[in-house]
Design a protein around this ligand. Structure first.
Ligand SMILES: NC(=O)c1ccc[n+]([C@@H]2O[C@H](COP(=O)([O-])OP(=O)(O)OC[C@H]3O[C@@H](n4cnc5c(N)ncnc54)[C@H](O)[C@@H]3O)[C@@H](O)[C@H]2O)c1
Length: 407
C-alpha cells in the first residue's frame, strides 16, 4: 500500500514557479476546502468555480473574492488553464466531474467517497492513467492525529501483528447531516454505509495493511422512516439547520428529506487479503458523535476514547481483568484546523503532490478499495446478507497508482 508519511512542504507554486491556478466543482458545505487550501498556501489561487445553484454561486464570490469566475457546469472550468481542481459535488457526480477534468489535463482532488460504484471508481482510475493527469482522493482521516497515533503504535509493534480491527461509528448528528438533504437518497450516495463507511474502511485497511476481499452486511431504515415531517432543503447548507439541542430525540426531528431510502443502521464484517478480520458498524441516531476503533494484535490491543482534544488512546499489553485505563495511555495530539487539523494537512499534501508528485499518505488504490468494499457490503445488506467477494482491481492500475502516478 502507498502510505508514505513524509512531511508536507508548504510551497505550492508549479514546477515553473508561477502560482497554482485552482478550480472548484460543487461550492456547498465542503467547498470550503478550496479556501482552506489557498489560506494554507499563498502560492495558489482559486480562479474558477462551477455550481449550478445561485446561492452557491454567490458563495463563490464570498469565499474567493470578486475576481473568481463562476460557471454553471464543470465544462466551464476548462476555459481557465487550471493546474488542479477540487471536486466536492454530490457523491454520484464525482466520477463524471473528475473524468471531465482529468481528460482536459487538470489534476484532480476528489473528496471521499471517491465514487458510489466500483465501475465509476475504476473508470476514474483508467482515465487518470490514460491522461497522465494526477488523481488524489481526500481521505482526510489519514491526517487526523488520533488515526496517526494509532497507526504509529501499530507500526512500532506495540500490539504485535494485527489480527482484528473493530470500528463503531456513533453518527450523533446523523439525522441533521444525512437525512435532511440528498444524502438520504440511494441515487446520490448508494448507501450511507458507503458514504460514511468509506472513511472508516480506509482507516481499517490502513491499520491492517491489507484490503477486504470478502464482506457481508445487515442493516435497514429503523428510525427515520417513521418521521412524517418532510421538507426540501435544496440550495441550503447543513450549517443552516444543524442544531444539537433542538433536534433531539431522533423521532422528534422535523424537515427530513422528502425521499429517504438509505439505511440508518448498518453493520458489516470483512475478511482481508492478509488474514485480518474486521467489523464496521454505524448508527445515525446515537446521541454522541464520534468513532471508536479497537485494534487487536498478537501482543495487545489499542482503543481510542475521543477523537480530538482531551481524548486518549489506551494500550493493553498484559493479561488483566477489566482495566479501565489500560497499561499505558497516550494523549491524542492536537492540531489546528478542520477535522482536528486533518484538513490543512491534507490540502498541503495535495498541493505538494500537484506540484512535484510528492508521495502521499492518502492512497488512490485504497480509496478505490474502500468504495469496492462498501458497495459490495451494500449489495449484501440489500439481499440476503450473504458473504460476497469484493471485485479485484486491475493489477496494472494498482501498480501505476502505487508507483505514485509517474507522468
Ligand atoms: N472528507 C470529509 O471530511 C468531507 C466532509 C464533508 C463532505 N465531504 C464530501 O464533499 C462532498 C459534498 O458534500 P457537501 O456536504 O459539501 O454537500 P453540499 O450539498 O453542501 O454541497 C454540494 C454542492 O454541489 C453542488 N452541485 C450539485 N450539482 C452540481 C453540478 N452538476 N455541478 C457542480 N456542482 C453541483 C450543489 O449545488 C452544492 O452547492 C460529498 O461528496 C461529501 O462526501 C467530505
Amino acid at each position: 500500500m502507498a502510505t508514505n508519511v513524509s512531511p508536507v512542504p508548504a510551497s505550492s507554486s508549479t514546477s515553473e514557479g508561477r502560482p497554482l491556478r485552482l478550480g472548484l466543482v460543487g461550492n456547498g458545505n465542503r467547498g470550503v476546502i478550496a479556501r482552506t487550501a489557498v489560506e494554507a498556501d499563498a502560492a495558489a489561487t482559486v480562479v474558477a468555480v462551477a455550481d449550478p445553484h445561485p446561492r452557491a454561486q454567490a458563495r463563490a464570490v464570498e469565499r474567493f473574492g470578486a475576481d473568481v469566475a463562476v460557471h454553471e457546469d464543470v465544462t466551464g472550468l476548462l476555459e481557465h488553464r487550471l493546474d488542479a481542481a477540487f471536486v466536492t459535488s454530490l457523491d454520484h457526480q464525482h466520477a463524471d466531474h473528475a473524468i471531465t477534468l482529468l481528460e482536459a489535463g487538470v489534476d484532480v482532488f476528489v473528496d471521499k467517497p471517491m465514487a458510489t460504484t466500483v465501475a465509476d471508481a475504476d473508470r476514474m482510475l483508467r482515465t487518470a492513467r490514460e491522461s497522465g493527469s494526477r488523481l488524489y482522493v481526500g481521505h482526510n482521516m489519514r491526517h487526523m492525529p488520533v488515526i496517526g497515533l494509532m497507526r504509529q503504535l501499530i507500526a512500532e509493534g506495540r500490539i504485535g501483528q494485527v489480527k482484528a480491527v473493530w470500528c463503531r461509528y456513533f453518527v450523533g448528528d446523523g439525522g441533521d447531516r444525512f437525512f435532511k438533504d440528498w444524502h438520504a437518497e440511494r441515487s446520490n450516495v448508494n448507501s450511507l454505509l458507503l458514504q460514511k463507511g468509506a472513511h472508516d474502511i480506509d482507516v481499517i485497511h490502513w491499520f491492517a495493511d491489507g484490503y477486504t476481499r470478502r464482506v457481508s452486511a445487515m442493516g435497514s431504515l429503523t428510525v427515520y422512516g417513521e418521521v412524517a415531517d418532510r421538507a426540501d432543503h435544496s440550495g441550503q447548507m447543513v450549517t443552516e439547520w444543524l442544531d444539537r439541542e433542538k433536534n433531539w430525540p431522533p423521532l422528534a426531528q422535523r424537515g427530513l428529506n422528502p425521499v429517504i431510502d438509505v439505511e440508518d443502521l448498518s453493520m458489516m464484517t470483512m475478511q482481508l487479503d492478509n488474514g485480518v478480520y474486521a467489523t464496521y458498524s454505524e448508527c445515525h441516531y446515537a446521541p454522541d458523535y464520534w468513532r471508536n476503533y479497537t485494534v487487536i494484535g498478537t501482543e495487545g490491543r489499542i482503543e481510542n476514547f475521543g477523537i480530538g482534544d482531551d481524548g486518549v488512546v489506551r494500550l493493553w499489553n498484559r493479561r488483566s481483568e477489566f482495566l479501565e485505563h489500560g497499561h499505558e495511555e497516550f494523549p491524542i495530539p492536537t492540531a489546528p484546523g478542520g477535522h482536528h487539523g486533518a484538513d490543512p494537512s491534507l490540502l498541503r499534501e495535495f498541493l505538494a503532490f500537484v506540484r512535484t508528485g510528492a508521495p502521499t499518505r492518502t492512497s488512490v488504490v485504497a480509496a478505490r478499495e474502500a468504495v469496492a468494499t462498501a458497495a459490495t457490503a451494500t449489495t449484501s445488506m440489500r439481499t440476503d446478507s450473504s458473504a460476497i467477494d469484493v471485485p479485484p482491481l486491475d493489477p496494472a492500475l494498482r501498480d501505476y497508482f502505487d508507483a505514485g502516478q509517474p507522468r
